[in-house]
Design a protein around this ligand. Sequence first.
Ligand SMILES: [Zn+2]
Length: 161
Amino acid sequence: MTDQNYIKATIQLAEDNVARGGQPFGAILVTKFGTVLAEGVNESYIDHDCTAHAEIQALRNAGKQHKTTSFTGSTMYASGKPCAMCMAAMIQAGVEKVVYCADDDVGESYGWSTEYLYERMQRNFGEQGVEVVHVPLDEKTAVFEQYQAKHGKGSNEQMKD
Ligand SMILES: [Zn+2]
């Protein structure tokens, strides 16, 4: 399938989702070999879950179906420009490429621009409009030690570009 065919499929998912009471977004996660891993639609209102954006739902569905959290080298097709939360989730999952349709200049007039969240996320931590309180305790370090003794270090390396 071409990029345009996948994007048309995400738009169909979005349209079907609107018909069932969801928001107008669909996404499809595809391996670098062209195999569809999973689809997702925005189910925030349906599931009462503010994180249930189409791209994240595609990652959730792919994770459940394929029993992994890593989709290194995959491509996410999305009917709208992914928001900062979804981009972060895709980075966590190892998604390598994003192909999307509606940009912010289209989304803005319908109330779906990603611009405002990106702007807030670019501010320094603690200055993003959420009060942040830091409470350092040794007990937390102990939990890191317990985890590391069992499984090794965390996932820093896969976050590095
Ligand atoms: Zn999103």
